[in-house]
Design a protein around this ligand. Structure first.
Ligand SMILES: Nc1ncnc2c1ncn2[C@@H]1O[C@H](COP(=O)(O)OP(=O)(O)OP(=O)(O)O)[C@@H](O)[C@H]1O
Ligand SMILES: [Mg+2]
Length: 390
C-alpha cells in the first residue's frame, strides 16, 4: 500500500487489480500467478495532479528463477490484466526472484503437498529391495517376522533398514532393543543401529505414554519423513512393518514406494487366512507385487516330537494360492514358522531369536525366508510405476 494514508479508493483499486491478476497464468507452470505466490505486492497511488490519467499501479512479481525465459510474457500479461481495471492508468511491474524457501514451498504445493526431500528408494535407479510386511489381522507375528528377517539379513552381511510403520502399535524398537531416538544433524536424522540394522520407528518421535491420534494425511507425511529425512546410506534391503489391515499406511506405502513388494504374514487359521488375503489383494489395486506368504504360529512341537496344530493348518498355503490367482502371478509360501517360547522371549528381550537360538526350528524357518529375500535378483526391467505420477 502507498504509505499509511491509503484512501478507500486505492484500497478498492488494489483489490480489483489483485482480482484481475487471478487471470494471469504463469507461462510455464500454467497456473494463476496469484495461486503460485508470485504476486509479492500491489501498490496503488493516485497523484491528484494526474488523477485524470488514472492511478499508478506497481505490481511486484517474484519469478521462480532469476533468468526466467518467459519474463517478458509475464510482464506483458500482468500489465494488461491490471489495465483492465477501470481507474488504472500507468502500470509498472517490479520483478524480483523467489527466495529458496518460497521456491521450496511452491514445489511442495505443486507436488500436492507431499513436499521434499526425495525418498531415495523411490528413484527409478534405486537398487534397494523394499519389502512391506503386511497382515490382515493383528497379533499374527508381523513385527516378530520383520525383526527376525532384518537381523538375519544383516548377519548375512547385507545393509538393512527397518521402518516401523505401525504408528499405533509400534513394537520394533523393543524387539530390536533400541531405546534411543535418531540423532538430528541439520535436516537429517541418523537412525540408531541395532544388531547391524538401522531402525526408525514412529515410537521414537512420540513422548512416552502419549497416544498417537494421527489421521491419513499426517500418517502419510510421517512416513514420507521417515523415508526421506533419515540418512539410510546404501541399503540392500528395506523392510517396513505395516500395521494390520488395509488402511491408510498401506496405501501411502504403495504411493511413496511404488516398487515395494508385499510379504503377507498369516496364521494357519482359515479365518485369519481370509483376512490376510484382503491385505494381499490390496496390491492388485495399488499395482504392488506380492512376493509371498509367511505362515506363523504353524504348530507347537511336543516333547515327543509330534506337532500340535493349535491354530489348524493350511492357512498359509491357501493364502498363497488365492493371492496367486488374484494377482495373476506366483505368490509362494515362503516358510512356516512354528510357535516357539524362545522366539517370544527373545523378542521381549530385544535380541531376536535368529541370534539367540539360531538352531531352533522357528529361527531356521525365519532364516530360510531371509535367504530367499536376499538372493532374489532384482532387475530394473519390469518395475511397476505405481499409482501417483506426481
Ligand atoms: N512363532 C511364535 N512363537 C511364539 N510367540 C510368537 C510367535 N510369533 C509371534 N509371537 C508372539 O506373539 C505376539 C504378537 O506378535 P507380533 O507383535 O510380532 O505380532 P504383530 O502381527 O506384529 O502384532 P500387531 O498386529 O499388534 O502389530 C508377541 O508377543 C510375539 O512375541
Ligand atoms: Mg506389530
Amino acid at each position: 500500500m502507498a504509505g499509511g494514508s491509503a484512501t478507500p479508493t486505492t484500497d478498492a483499486l488494489e483489490d480489483l487489480v489483485r482480482t484481475a491478476l487471478t487471470q494471469v497464468m504463469d507461462p510455464e507452470i500454467r497456473r494463476p500467478v496469484t495461486e503460485l505466490g508470485m504476486v509479492r505486492s500491489v501498490d496503488v497511488s493516485v497523484d491528484p495532479a494526474a488523477a485524470a490519467g488514472g492511478a499508478h499501479v506497481v505490481v511486484g512479481i517474484d519469478l521462480t528463477v532469476a533468468g526466467c525465459p518467459m519474463k517478458s510474457t509475464l510482464v506483458k500479461d500482468v500489465t494488461a490484466a491490471a489495465q483492465t481495471v477501470a481507474g488504472v492508468g500507468k502500470v509498472d511491474v517490479d520483478l524480483g526472484v523467489m527466495s529458496a524457501e518460497q521456491r521450496s514451498e511452491l514445489r511442495t504445493m505443486l507436488r500436492g503437498g507431499v513436499g521434499e526431500p526425495e525418498i531415495p528408494f523411490a528413484k527409478p535407479d534405486s537398487l534397494t529391495k523394499v519389502y512391506a510386511i503386511a497382515s490382515g489381522k493383528g497379533g499374527v507375528g508381523k513385527s516378530s517376522v520383520t525383526a527376525n528377517l532384518a537381523v538375519a539379513l544383516a548377519a548375512d552381511g547385507l545393509n538393512v533398514g527397518v521402518v516401523d510403520a505401525d504408528i499405533y502399535g509400534f513394537s520394533i524398537p523393543r524387539m530390536l532393543g533400541v531405546d534411543r531416538a535418531p540423532t538430528r544433524v541439520d535436516n537429517m536424522l541418523l537412525p540408531p543401529v541395532a544388531h547391524g540394522v538401522k531402525v526408525v520407528s514412529i515410537g521414537m518421535f512420540v513422548p512416552q505414554g502419549q497416544p498417537v491420534i494421527w489421521r491419513g494425511p499426517m500418517l502419510h507425511r510421517a512416513l514420507q519423513q521417515f523415508l526421506a529425512d533419515v540418512y539410510w546410506g546404501d541399503l540392500d534391503v528395506l523392510l517396513l512393518d505395516l500395521p494390520p489391515g488395509t488402511g491408510d499406511i498401506a496405501i501411502s506405502v504403495a504411493q511413496l514406494l511404488p516398487s515395494s513388494e508385499i510379504v503377507v504374514v498369516t496364521t494357519p487359521q482359515v479365518a485369519a487366512a481370509e483376512v490376510a488375503e484382503r491385505a494381499g489383494s490390496i496390491a492388485t489395486q495399488t499395482q504392488q507385487g506380492v512376493l509371498g506368504v509367511v505362515e506363523n504360529m504353524s504348530w507347537l512341537e511336543q516333547p515327543d516330537g509330534s506337532r500340535l496344530e493349535l491354530f489348524g493348518s493350511g492357512g498359509g498355503a491357501k493364502v498363497a494360492e488365492n493371492l496367486s490367482k488374484a494377482t495373476g502371478g506366483t505368490v509362494e509360501l515362503l516358510g512356516q514358522v512354528p510357535l516357539d517360547v524362545t522366539l517370544r522371549e527373545a523378542g521381549d528381550a530385544g535380541t531376536p531369536v535368529v541370534l539367540t537360538n539360531p538352531s531352533s526350528p522357528a529361527a531356521v524357518a525365519l532364516r530360510q525366508v531371509a535367504t530367499h529375500l536376499a538372493t532374489r535378483s532384482r532387475g530394473l526391467a519390469g518395475r511397476r510405476l505405481g499409482l501417483s505420477p506426481v
